[in-house]
Design a protein around this ligand. Sequence first.
Ligand SMILES: *Cc1c(COP(=O)(O)O)cnc(C)c1O
Length: 345
Amino acid sequence: MSAYHVPDSTGLIKLDAMENPYPWPDGMEEDWLDYLRGVPLNRYPDPSATSLKNCLRGSLEAAGDNEILLGNGSDELIQIIQLGAVGRDGVIVAPVPSFVMYEMTARFVGAKFVGVPLSPDFAIDEDAMLRAIRDHRPSVVFLAYPNNPTGNLFDRGAIGRIINETKGLVVVDEAYHAFAGTSFVDELAGYDNLIVMRTLSKLGLAGLRLGYVIGPAELLDEFEKVRMPYNISALTQRTAEFALGRLDVFEHQASRIVAERDRVYAHLDALEGIAPYPSKTNFILFRSNRLDAPALYDRLVEHGILVKGFGDHGSGLDHCLRVTVGTRRENDVFMAALAAILSGR
Ligand SMILES: *Cc1c(COP(=O)(O)O)cnc(C)c1O
């Protein structure tokens, strides 16, 4: 294996990691610092983060009787879920291409990863998924909704049938919930093997590291057994409470990102040599039909722009790059650079 590589972005417009590009409104940082004052750093944090969980419940309209499990980013939750539910010789099923940590984490825990290829337009292959589930009896199925790196939403009906077919657990990963306008949280009551995972990262708090899972208490209590007791720092708990109190700020920023996403999509769609894929996230995957993708990636870096390339990732992405939606100005710089590169300038 190799460690997860994060390229140096010094001096570049950073459009590679699905970060929210907007600063906070005037005065909000001061309010936050005031809010942090008095956090007792000599004490361990509240191990069950009761106050933060109550804030989260308040902001989740349909959480109902469900329990909440917190992770140091959803990356850690993926690890907790796999440690708790899979272990050695267990099986994880997920579509490919999808979020790479599902497969990487399976390797850490010694589980077998079965990747089920998406169709050429990146729709979920329901028959192949159901077959893989029957043949391999996975302990956990991961479905990113919307999917990363393709940006699309899988068919809801297919997801429902996959949940019904799975004897193990199905994790619907809603990392891009803020941009998607749809969710499985209100379907939790209809299944006993479904949990929904979200994160504050893509909403605008990637540096904070807070992810959460919503699901039935009987299931989440099991995962509490493998969670490190102080995985959410006192500063994270307090900051997340502050941010949830200002959720309107982040949701407004998300709506601006969605408007920019649609503008960038239309522009890319009109560019000869580029084929963007429809997105319900804060990024756009696009195919480069004229220049090969690694060359285009390098030319964009020369223009001061960092996007995401897929190297030898395989699985249908060799001609693709992924661009995160930035501010209007950043997007304009990106689109002008792309047009210049493609026209040979
Ligand atoms: C970014 C991302 C995550 C990880 O989010 P963190 O909370 O920052 O660890 C999880 N799932 C998907 C699909 C993602 O794209």
